[in-house]
Design a protein around this ligand. Sequence first.
Ligand code: HEM
Length: 239
Amino acid sequence: MSEDLHEPVLPGPGASDYERYLRTDELLSLQKDPEERVHHDELLFQTVHQSSELWLKLATTEVDEAAGHMERGELAPAIRLLRRAVLSLQYVTTQLEMLNQMSPWEYSEIRVVLGHGSGFDSPGFRRVPAVTQRVSQAFERALQRAGLSLVELYQQGREHEDLYQVAELLTEWDERIWVWRFRHYAVVARALGEETIGTQGTPVQVLGKLIAQRQIPKLWEVRSRLVELFDAERKGSAA
Ligand code: HEM
């Protein structure tokens, strides 16, 4: 007799293997029921935040794993994982747009039920500095092993393709954090205004200042050095 492919074979709750594997019962019970919501838009608000946490979990896991590869001198698998991490940050940024669908007046109703909840306590974002530091140090050591300074890597990028790709992906990782902060600031300004104090006491304007922060400053400084060097060489050869 042939096997019924519609019958679930995996253990656990759920009517199908799809529901059992993905644990959709649990996942879909993590949002407030309609009767618990103080406003219809709470589902939108929870969906954006919860899915951001999932993408950030993936992003930071992949950056951490990439750092491990780089510590062992394995650049190609690190590149594959860093690409995913960067893409995850892109998704987290894009979905911020959904929050602009809420009216600022109606959002005030949701704000009341957030308690002292603040994005500063986002587990996903809290993991970002630690994994960024680990991957940045692994990159530093990879440069040392290759006997290159960062300036030399950028000048001779074609001869050290994998290392160059890592440098550019780390730059993009940093850039995506900065772009997320910029988009988040704009969303917050639309929902709350720029003169408001956040649920944990942070003035919204402080968020604006965080946009200027860089996670791996040397990747940005090197670009200025390259311009200086190029200009100095051009002046030298013209003299
Ligand atoms: C209407 C939507 C949102 C509003 C009004 C809002 C508001 C705020 C405010 C006021 C702060 C300052 C801290 C405080 O609460 O006192 C903050 C910080 C933060 N929020 Fe949001 N937020 C929103 C959406 C999001 C989303 C979707 C995420 C994604 C997880 C997020 C993550 C963060 C993070 C990580 C911080 C720390 C600041 C930083 O590292 O730049 N927020 N938010």
